[in-house]
Design a protein around this ligand. Structure first.
Ligand code: HEM
Length: 517
């Protein structure tokens, strides 16, 4: 039947319209791709819409950055979908972007923030601009050395439990799965110091006790950040809201509801018994003390005679979101550092002996104090070398608010800067023989701008850095005089990583623990 017979006319303009539409969409998909060539910055050729994501997909994140560094040097341009991204491991540019011109590079490069549920979106990690300043000002006092000293007793208890669990493993000649062991330890530490919760993950393995660990692992196992819809949001940002409404969210719903219920109930208990709150030193209480009161108004900045000043009041939802953020950020990162550090102590007995000798010389039979820990200089080098080889967050992204010139390189407004931490700390011109574990290298390069790069740099550097370093040092100083780590049949000779934006080993890392006589 012809269109004339059915009475439906098929306008000749339709195919033309379709062609124009496809052409426009295609142009949209490649529109930004001349950014770096116009500025004379080298880089790999992008594909329409996806930019250089194809390389990440086929070769992996770590291998792509390594290959591009070898081809284009320390600074080059790529496209993360349509977004122009300057990738750099040049210490001079890093210093400009993350420290000197930080005011222009305050915000992170993020897509998943748009897909994060409302109750967990308003936090330090995901926020930008003046809101980030307000959060940072509110949270910084919780991480001073005075506050850290106040939580040392609690961390000491967790370290003693860790030691006795390892002693039991040693007596039973059990193989120790370092991921499980240190996740339980760091969960106990962060739940206690941040939320005032005694989770007893190390000792109480009843299923009802394990919910928090399972919920946390569910969040880390989520592949939303690497999924196709997130890539699509990168190409068409307007898709974020409909996706979120249709239930495509960054935090797995079960885990989100577990944490929301937990945090709301902790806050309710404290509101019911405000007198107990005076004795609390935990992070939740410090943020609750900044909660907006009736008649007060939360705003990011106030106008002062000499310019704008950030405020530090928080809404209840912001308190919940910050606590979730801290629990998440303080858990797997520190567990991962302890896991890799112990692995290297087991396979490098000479390093283990040297760390033990230092602990015995500095601390001996005394109770471990904050001052003792500051004297463990070789242990500092071992920790830095571990974090250099295994930065748990292998990539940091920042977005340029306005066009800026850094060290002679122009970064257009709206473009991002990626700092591939793993590539920077594995660049042989920064660290010779980067794939070898050599703590001694930090005895001489300790002051290098790159030495703490695994925690980021500048005003937005990891807020929990000192807590993490304290926790790692305390764990090693407690455990090592009692336990000797050694390789076992299940200790991998080399460690490979999954293709995620977190440094996750592909195989379990196990060692054996032996009692020292
Ligand atoms: C070995 C352990 C840790 C590592 C390697 C690590 C690494 C990082 C990195 C690379 C960043 C991004 C910094 C930047 O953008 O310049 C970061 C930010 C952050 N970290 Fe950590 N972290 C660790 C432990 C912790 C702990 C224990 C906590 C909490 C108690 C924590 C809380 C945070 C928060 C809240 C941010 C966001 C800071 C902001 O945007 O202002 N981290 N961390």
């Amino acid at each position: 039947m012809s269109t004339a017979e059915t009475g439906i006319t098929f306008p000749w303009q339709l195919p033309l319209l379709l062609i124009v539409l496809v052409l426009l969409v295609y142009l949209y998909g490649i529109w930004t791709f001349s950014t770096w060539s116009r500025l004379g910055i080298p880089g790999p050729r992008p594909s329409a819409f996806v930019g250089n994501l194809g390389d990440f997909q086929s070769k992996g994140f770590l291998a792509s950055f390594e290959e591009w560094r070898k081809t284009y040097g320390k600074t080059y341009g790529i496209y993360f979908t349509r977004q122009p991204v300057l990738v750099t491991t040049d210490p001079a540019i890093l210093k400009e972007v993350m420290v000197k011109q930080f005011h222009n590079f305050t915000d992170r490069h993020f897509i998943t923030a748009e897909l994060t549920q409302d109750c967990f979106r308003s936090n330090l990690f995901l926020s930008g601009g003046d809101t980030w300043r307000r959060y940072r000002l509110a949270m910084a006092p919780s991480f001073t050395s005075g506050k850290l000293k106040a939580v040392m007793t609690y961390i000491t208890n967790c370290c003693q439990t860790l030691t006795s669990v390892l002693e039991q493993n040693a007596k039973a000649e059990d193989i120790v799965d370092l991921k499980d062991l240190y996740q339980r330890f760091t969960m106990d530490v962060i739940a206690g110091t941040a939320l005032g919760l005694e989770t007893k993950m190390l000792t109480d393995k009843r299923p009802e006790q394990q919910q928090m660990l399972s919920a946390m692992n569910e969040v880390f196992a989520s592949t939303v950040a690497d999924s196709l819809p997130v890539r699509l949001v990168g190409i068409f940002p307007a898709l974020a809201a409909p996706l979120r409404w249709s239930g495509f969210v960054a935090i797995p719903p079960n885990a989100a509801s577990f944490f929301k219920t937990l945090l709301d109930s902790l806050i309710r208990q404290r509101d019911i018994h405000p007198t107990d709150s005076h004795r609390r030193v935990d992070f939740l209480q410090q943020l609750l003390d900044l909660r907006v009161r009736p008649g007060q108004h939360v705003c990011d900045v106030t106008e002062e005679p000499f310019g704008k000043k950030p405020t530090k009041l928080l809404t209840q939802q912001e308190v919940v979101s910050q606590c979730f953020n801290i629990a998440l950020a303080g858990f797997e990162t520190t567990a991962s550092a302890l896991r890799f550090l112990t692995y290297h102590l087991a396979i490098h007995q000479d390093v283990q002996d040297k760390v033990l000798a230092e602990i015995q010389q500095v601390i001996g039979k005394e109770e471990i104090s904050y001052e003792h820990l500051a004297e463990l200089k070789y242990l500092d080098c071992v920790i830095l070398e571990t974090l250099r080889m295994y930065p748990s967050t292998p990539l940091i992204g920042r977005r340029a608010a306005a066009t800026a010139t850094v060290n002679g390189v122009t970064i257009p407004a709206g473009a991002s800067v990626f700092i591939p931490i793993y590539a920077a700390t594995h660049d042989p011109t920064n660290y010779p023989e980067p794939h070898l574990f050599k703590p001694e290298r930090f005895e001489t390069v300790h002051q290098s701008i790159l030495s703490l790069l695994p925690f980021g740099l500048g005003p937005r550097q990891c807020i929990g850095m000192r807590l993490a370093l304290l926790e790692i040092k305390m764990a090693v100083a407690h455990v090592l005089p009692r336990i000797k780590f050694a390789p076992c049949d299940l200790t991998p000779a080399n460690i490979n990583f999954t293709n995620r934006l977190l440094l996750l080993p592909t195989v379990p890392i196990c060692v054996s623990a032996k009692l020292r006589t």
